[in-house]
Design a protein around this ligand. Sequence first.
Ligand SMILES: *[C@@H]1O[C@H](CO)[C@@H](O)[C@H](O)[C@H]1NC(C)=O
Ligand SMILES: *[C@@H]1O[C@H](CO)[C@@H](O)[C@H](O)[C@H]1NC(C)=O
Ligand SMILES: *[C@@H]1O[C@H](CO)[C@@H](O)[C@H](O)[C@H]1NC(C)=O
Ligand SMILES: *[C@@H]1O[C@H](CO)[C@@H](O)[C@H](O)[C@H]1NC(C)=O
Ligand SMILES: *[C@@H]1O[C@H](CO)[C@@H](O)[C@H](O)[C@H]1NC(C)=O
Length: 511
Amino acid sequence: MLILKQFTTLVATTCIELLVQSVNAALPDPRWGHAAVLLRNNLYIYGGKVGLTREADLNDTSQNSNQLLMLNVSDSFSVSDPGWMTRFVGPNVAYHTLSIGGSQNELLVLYGGEYANSTDEQILENPLFYYNTLNSSSVWDNAGLSLGTPRMSHTAVTKLDKSINYFFGGIPNVSNSLISSQVQFQDLFKLDTKNNLWSLQSTDPNTPSGRFHHTATILSDGKMYVIGGYSKDELVDMSQIYVYDTINAKWDVQTAGGKLPTARRAHVAVGTHDGKVIIHGGVNINYNVLYGDVAVLDTTQSQFVWSIKETKGAVPPARYSHTATMVGTNMLIAFGYLANDVSDNNIYVLDTTTFTWKENYTPNNLDYTNTIPHSGVSQEPSSSKAGTIAGSVIGVISFFLLIGGLFLFYRRRKRNAFYAAPYSSTGEQPSNQDKSKKFSISSGSTAVEELPRLSMSSGLAVPMAGTSKNGAHGKDYSTILEERMMDSDVQQSNFLIVPKSPLRVTNPDNN
Ligand SMILES: *[C@@H]1O[C@H](CO)[C@@H](O)[C@H](O)[C@H]1NC(C)=O
Ligand SMILES: *[C@@H]1O[C@H](CO)[C@@H](O)[C@H](O)[C@H]1NC(C)=O
Ligand SMILES: *[C@@H]1O[C@H](CO)[C@@H](O)[C@H](O)[C@H]1NC(C)=O
Ligand SMILES: *[C@@H]1O[C@H](CO)[C@@H](O)[C@H](O)[C@H]1NC(C)=O
Ligand SMILES: *[C@@H]1O[C@H](CO)[C@@H](O)[C@H](O)[C@H]1NC(C)=O
């Protein structure tokens, strides 16, 4: 009884601490080339470029961030002070993707990207990580799957009902490939996160050419819509919409009509509950024209139709390599690269029912973007009751996991308090030398072809954008790998990066 009481007190104290932290949270560092995903009504953002200028950043990959930002979108907030929660955990990466996995869609899935420096290069062998959001002291666990040739500036989408991810396109992890290499991937990978299996989908006559800086968005029809980007030596025509049907495992290409947006890359896209894809921003081929417009592709017509939207309210400046996340009927734009060596640390909220930019976010129609699997029991679309029950069971389990997590979190805080590095506004990444790491080399990959599934739920896009001209990866990769294998730590089965500190906030004094 006494233990229970102490436990309750601990939980209460921790809850109050969390509350205080979120109230005090300042804006994070400006960045671009990060990735974002909505999971259980929390917006997660990870990584990106946090240098001062684009040029300096391209020459210095050690400025890639390992900051995990979290924003609870169940509550209203002012866009000028959203109340970010943050912690620093895992690899320093940019131009990666974040998507969703796990049997209850509880995992953040991090795939690919450009890693900070040679210390992290061994990750390139297995650049797939899982982060359990139900455990407040989580680390990024290496999934131990070698998912194709390492890549960046690709896209990821999640089919939420099966926790299945599709990764498409990108360029090699060699940072200067944008200028020097013609290699652009047209691979489409399928990752079953429940069973930790992946497969390379076969190509067909409609498979799009290799590309990067495109967007991919999955809608509730189970189809992934690929828009824009850079292919061969040019921007992709915005009338050419490539559609991957995840049910029949087939590509199709459609020619869209209406008022076409300008061809672009490094733009962002979200899907609506009613069959539309909304795009925003991007940049032209030479990086000298930035876009800040909003366009809508209606996929419900027999011929797809584009329209350009006049938006109301305070229109955010043009940008690229930002993120957009659909949250109910609000489109949340985060950060991005602006003109003249300036990047942004603000969030912008577009109400897509009125196409108005809002100063205050209010949760609207959050059920449209609910990420909890609709039914863990039945394949029937009519099994809403089973879904509800599964949902509440999951709710109860998450509650206990959360309480358990908070308890552990509190204990870790107590024990590891001296680990917490003081916040600094630019050099926030804990040094790699201080991280306790365990390396592993995967023995191989498993390819499994699955039968098409019938039931479907709404999905969300994780657009991914960015480019880099100059890598800091001097050393030959196989040499590094050999060196690592000499190390006794290599025998471990997981690659672990122990977090330096628990959830904490940016220090307003340093802003
Ligand atoms: C970055 O590298 C490029 C190519 O090597 C060089 O032209 C440019 O001056 C460098 N920029 C900075 C800020 O160091
Ligand atoms: C988000 O906010 C809602 C409403 O205040 C709350 O019920 C929920 O527990 C919060 N979620 C997290 C992860 O803190
Ligand atoms: C949470 O994650 C940490 C680090 O991976 C792990 O040690 C701990 O056992 C996890 N806790 C739960 C409740 O899963
Ligand atoms: C990219 O990954 C491959 C491993 O497949 C490695 O050989 C290569 O050196 C990496 N490139 C860079 C720049 O790290
Ligand atoms: C790798 O980057 C980290 C910071 O991101 C830095 O502390 C470390 O010294 C770098 N290591 C090398 C070998 O460049």
